[in-house]
Design a protein around this ligand. Structure first.
Ligand code: SAM
Ligand code: SF4
Ligand code: SF4
Length: 380
């Protein structure tokens, strides 16, 4: 299957020159599906675990959805959440749907269940795992609120066979000194490293304590060095991260995510690759093809290009690549959307999910880590 260069070219030209050049029909390259938004971790940076969510997408609807995505020529399926491995029918859904027709299936996971489910994972059509770890050992465990998390996830990774694995680190102040060591430990288990930039205003981050994780001015150069030398990220990405964390003014790129990815939430809502704007349909009511072909979908993608949005850093790597990388943007986008080789620096499945509009920054009292209840790592 060839990569849709003309589609991307139009998205690129439309974002740079005039919205009249944008593709007239939307063909997202990747789909990020949240079959559950429940979670058993307790991350400082994320609120998901604080709510008991209803999983509204039934097994048969999930199977149909996956087949609809394939029919829509979506190349990459990203299973995220919440914690996707808490969905007990996940492997059944992949097996019953024609999931092996995706070019890549990426599981975005906290890693707590990999060890327990490694056989099912090894036997599944999942090709990539992005395992979230925000520091080394105790630092990670404090950030993610589970004692033993790091060791459990690492043990699980080592049981995987034939999978491409990345450790997904959300760049933060508490592990700014450990990033090189984290990358070395990742290498030792055959994993690469990808990064997220802390988001601050999405629906699942409203009560998260981001202050305790926000890099201080002295941390930012350390993180920048890691991005530059450890991850070999382009200068414009490093510069963006630096300005964002230093709360400096940013030249926000047009947001191309509407053209690249679609999201489906656990209540069935279809989002145009953006967690901040309104849903444009619901798969419990609508066929995916109808939602994708709708004028509401197209219009919202155009308004994303114009940045008629609260702003976030979700998938900002893709928008920066479109803005700065010229023709090499397509190479970057292949990697970012999972259409090329291994991602190295990627969109928070949300993708991606971060706001930098100063008025949206939540200022909270510093999180008391000592009182953060730490559950034992339960391999459930
Ligand atoms: C919301 S989680 C869902 C999937 C899974 N539970 C996990 O942790 O990988 C998706 C990604 O968002 C990252 N994340 C959590 N809080 C974040 C924040 N405030 N800003 C940016 N990324 C964040 C997680 O570390 C993870 O890599
Ligand atoms: S980041 Fe992932 S593991 Fe952590 S609370 Fe959120 S959904 Fe759960
Ligand atoms: S809120 Fe984020 S994802 Fe949504 S349009 Fe704005 S920059 Fe893009």
């Amino acid at each position: 299957m060839s990569f849709p260069v003309s589609y991307l070219t139009r998205a690129w030209l439309g974002s740079k020159i005039s919205t009249t050049l944008l593709p007239s029909t939307i063909r997202p390259l990747s789909a990020h599906i949240k079959l559950t938004e429940n979670c058993q971790a307790r991350c400082i940076s994320c609120d998901y675990w604080k709510t008991r969510w209803q999983d509204k997408i039934s097994t048969p609807r999930a199977i149909d959805l996956i087949n609809e995505l394939i029919a829509a020529d979506v190349r990459t399926l990203r299973l995220t959440g919440g914690e996707p491995l808490l969905r007990k029918d996940l492997f059944l859904i992949l097996e019953k749907a024609n999931a092996s027709r995706f070019k890549h299936i990426i599981l975005q996971t906290n890693g707590l269940l990999i060890k327990k489910l490694h056989q099912e994972l090894n036997d599944s059509s999942i090709s990539h795992l992005s395992v979230s770890m925000d520091g080394v050992k105790e630092t990670n465990d404090r950030i993610r609120g589970i004692r033993g998390y790091f060791d459990l996830a690492m043990a699980g990774i080592q049981l995987l066979r034939g999978k491409s694995v990345a450790i997904s680190v959300t760049l933060n102040r508490m592990s700014a000194d450990e990033l090189g060591l984290l990358a070395a430990m990742a290498r030792d288990v055959g994993a690469s490293v990808e990064y997220n930039i802390l988001s601050r205003s999405l629906y699942f981050l409203e009560n998260a304590d981001l202050d305790s994780m926000w890099p201080q001015p002295a941390d930012v150069p350390k993180i920048a060095r890691f991005m530059r030398e450890g991850l070999k990220r382009p200068a414009y990405e490093v510069d963006y991260m630096t300005r964002y964390y230093n709360r400096e003014e940013l030249a926000e790129p047009p947001c191309v995510l509407g053209y690249l990815q679609l999201f489906v939430l656990s209540n069935g809502d279809v989002m145009t690759g953006c967690y901040s704007l309104k849903p444009v349909g619901n798969i419990l009511r609508d066929k995916l093809a109808d939602v994708l072909a709708s004028e509401a979908y197209r219009r919202q993608c155009v308004s994303m290009i114009r940045r008629e949005c609260p702003g976030c850093t979700c998938g900002v790597e893709s928008s920066l690549a479109m803005k700065y990388a010229g023709s090499s943007a397509f190479f970057h986008l292949k990697r970012l959307t999972g259409s090329g080789n291994r991602r190295n620096g990627g969109p928070f499945d949300g993708p991606s999910d971060r706001a930098h509009t100063p008025s949206l920054v939540r200022i909270r009292t510093s999180h008391d880590l000592a009182s953060q209840s730490q559950k034992d790592a339960v391999d459930k």
